[in-house]
Design a protein around this ligand. Structure first.
Ligand SMILES: NC(=O)c1ccc[n+]([C@@H]2O[C@H](COP(=O)([O-])OP(=O)(O)OC[C@H]3O[C@@H](n4cnc5c(N)ncnc54)[C@H](OP(=O)(O)O)[C@@H]3O)[C@@H](O)[C@H]2O)c1
Length: 335
């Protein structure tokens, strides 16, 4: 019996995969506004997946797995909710992008085995219809005993990589989420627009190079993820900008050039929190820990955070790609 906390894109997708492919019993903890629709089933293709849909947890309920499928900035509240209900779980999973929240989730459930999980499949939803992208798979890692990992990991109908180190899993996924995410949010632009703007994309490459420098210094190896050779991507870094732009830029344009990235969607939805905290913010924190300067990630992090918090008007950045790229690169040069 598996509990999934949060029924957005990832929560609904995992619920459908676990129900339809691994024949697991799934309980979904959802928002009240979602109950009626989700009780009709979740559609991944034509067959509906039926789960137990609840807005409150029964005190002391026992689950084999609890999977947190909420945004990084929602995890602490969700974990407290599960804790307060006295839920007993053999394993607890965090599915958040970015780096930072995992130790707190693991610490909240000291008697459970803790795992981090991610996917390279982009997942969207339309009501109770799950719309996964065409390529990618799952990956997971745990500092706990590997033998305690569940059998369903291999029953979801797609590649599911076991990664030796949690930090390698998290930072390798962050490498895929970083580019054309915060900058698109700040500019209210699509990834293709950033890729096509030479100076703005050069700035994106500087952000990636900062991550690589931090990881080298911290001794965190990158790993391959389903359909994404992340370590090979890192090998592009020393090449001249125009070469990297051609290779990486065309990949980004093809895969997600016209799709608003997650940080932009959150800003458009008027959210007062942002996963920039666990993306560019995590780079800034790792840089500070290991003594590597990260001025580009710092600039993006500060600029987007000030917009998210309402300290600066979004209009000051929206559509201003020439001016923003000038300011951003000036930050790199310490001007
Ligand atoms: N979508 C992808 O392609 C993808 C791929 C890899 C990783 N991820 C990561 O996976 C995580 C989840 O992403 P997502 O796209 O599924 O986000 P999402 O669509 O925003 O889904 C989160 C859902 O959880 C709900 N929620 C939050 N706290 C809750 C609580 N305490 N009880 C019940 N429901 C709660 C949210 O409701 P409200 O909207 O009312 O807050 C929302 O419906 C993020 O960290 C994301 O970065 C996403």
């Amino acid at each position: 019996l598996i509990l999934i906390v949060g029924a957005g894109a990832i929560g609904q997708w995992l619920a459908a995969l676990l129900r339809l492919r691994a024949s697991e019993e799934v309980t979904l903890l959802v928002r009240p506004r979602q109950v009626e629709l989700l009780r009709q089933g979740i559609f991944l293709g034509e067959t509906p997946a039926h789960c137990t849909v609840v807005t409150e947890l029964a005190a002391g309920a026992v689950f084999s797995d609890v999977i947190f499928a909420v945004k990084a900035y929602q995890v602490a509240a969700a974990a407290s909710q599960v804790q307060a209900a006295g839920i007993v779980a053999e394993r607890v999973w965090s599915f958040q992008n970015g780096v930072g929240g995992e130790p707190a989730v693991a610490a909240a459930f000291p008697n459970s085995w803790f795992g981090a999980m991610t996917t390279t499949v982009p997942v969207y939803i339309d009501g109770n219809r799950v719309l996964p992208g065409p390529k990618g798979g799952l990956a997971w890692s745990s500092a706990g005993e590997a033998g305690r990992a569940p059998a369903w990991l291999s029953q979801l109908g797609m590649a599911c990589f076991a990664v030796g180190r949690v930090d390698s899993l998290k930072w390798s996924k962050l490498m895929l989420n970083l580019t054309c995410n915060a900058s698109c949010a700040l500019l209210d632009a699509l990834p293709a627009q950033v890729v096509e703007h030479r100076r703005m994309f050069d700035f994106e490459l500087e952000c990636l190079r900062e991550v690589l420098a931090c990881l080298r210094k911290a001794g965190i190896p990158l790993v391959e993820l389903p359909a994404y050779a992340v370590p090979q991507m890192a090998m592009l870094a020393p090449l001249p900008g125009f070469v990297v732009r051609r290779i990486l830029g065309s990949k980004i344009k093809k895969a997600r050039g016209d799709k608003p990235p997650s940080l932009l969607l959150d800003l458009r939805a008027g959210r007062s929190d942002s996963e920039v905290e666990v993306l560019n913010g995590a780079v800034v924190r790792l840089g500070a820990e290991c003594g590597v300067p990260t001025p580009c990630n710092r600039w993006l992090y500060d600029a987007l955070t000030s917009v998210v918090r309402g300290d600066v008007l979004w209009e000051q950045y929206q559509g201003q790609i020439d001016e923003v790229s000038r300011q951003a690169l000036a930050a790199r040069n310490g001007k």
